[in-house]
Design a binder for this molecule. Sequence first.
Ligand code: C2E
Ligand code: MG
Ligand code: MG
Ligand code: MG
Length: 281
Amino acid sequence: LAKDCGRNTYRFFVTQMNADAQKRMRIQTDLHTALKNNEFLLHYQPQIRLSDGRISGIEALIRWQNADGQMLSPSEFIPIAEQSGLIIQMGQWVLREACRQLAAWHQQGQTQLVVAVNLSSHQFRYGNIVETISSALNDFGLPPQCLELELTESILIQDTESVISTLHTLKHIGVKLAIDDFGTGYSSLSYLKRLSVDKLKIDKSFIRDLHKDQDSAEIVRAIIQLGHILQLTVIAEGVETEQQLAFLTDSHCDEIQGYLFSRPVAAEHIPEILARIGMTA
Ligand code: C2E
Ligand code: MG
Ligand code: MG
Ligand code: MG
């Protein structure tokens, strides 16, 4: 019986593995077509400064509407794009599209807006990132301070000469640097001191558990204090409830982002959101 069971389990795994592998291969092929056919779009989610309730920045988040009209989540295709190297082309498109959109908002009078763009590790290392960024800023006539790059700890802990020199070049150009999902990675804190990062984004898992466990609440408070000691801006992502907002306000968090204020939305909805809080151009 045990043997039978084992064999079935084995068969189950093989079938499952094939299905997963097939799905991945399918997505990989489709990604090529998607790039050619312009099936990607960006949604934008506002970041709110708690001191004055104004929008301090807007994060660009990629969306993929495939030929069947299905919306795919980045968590389904970004890892595959990373492994196949397609992330470089995709990331270049994201940067240029975000800059194009930001320039349009600036032209509508919203000159204080900053756009935040996520960079993946592979793109950062092999994507000719300095060149891509400076030409995007240049082509759309944007000041570098209005572009913020969201980096994950996985990029920063690599700590190689080339990562450090790229970060310094980016700082020198004048773009802002944020550490995304802070607290979930390797949390080597030494890079915070060495690299001139501007912002910490507290990972949403801590915000989700704020009122479920005491540890998350303590960690959130500690990250805010750490950030402030290092003179960084601290933002909490994934803020969904008034209760979380109250805790973050009380803990002197600088900014929030999450469904409580707005979900990520298509670019055309951003003006309504700005108007709603009195940020008319
Ligand atoms: P992230 O950069 O940490 O983005 C935050 C994610 O949380 C987004 O998911 C956002 O839609 C979601 N979110 C925002 N507010 C809330 C909330 O209140 N509650 C909850 N539960 N979730 C919230 P999304 O758009 O599915 O993106 C997932 C991840 O995919 C991003 O995490 C980022 O790592 C990656 N990603 C998205 N766009 C890009 C891109 O253009 N380039 C790269 N390299 N990665 C991207
Ligand atoms: Mg992000
Ligand atoms: Mg994040
Ligand atoms: Mg995240």
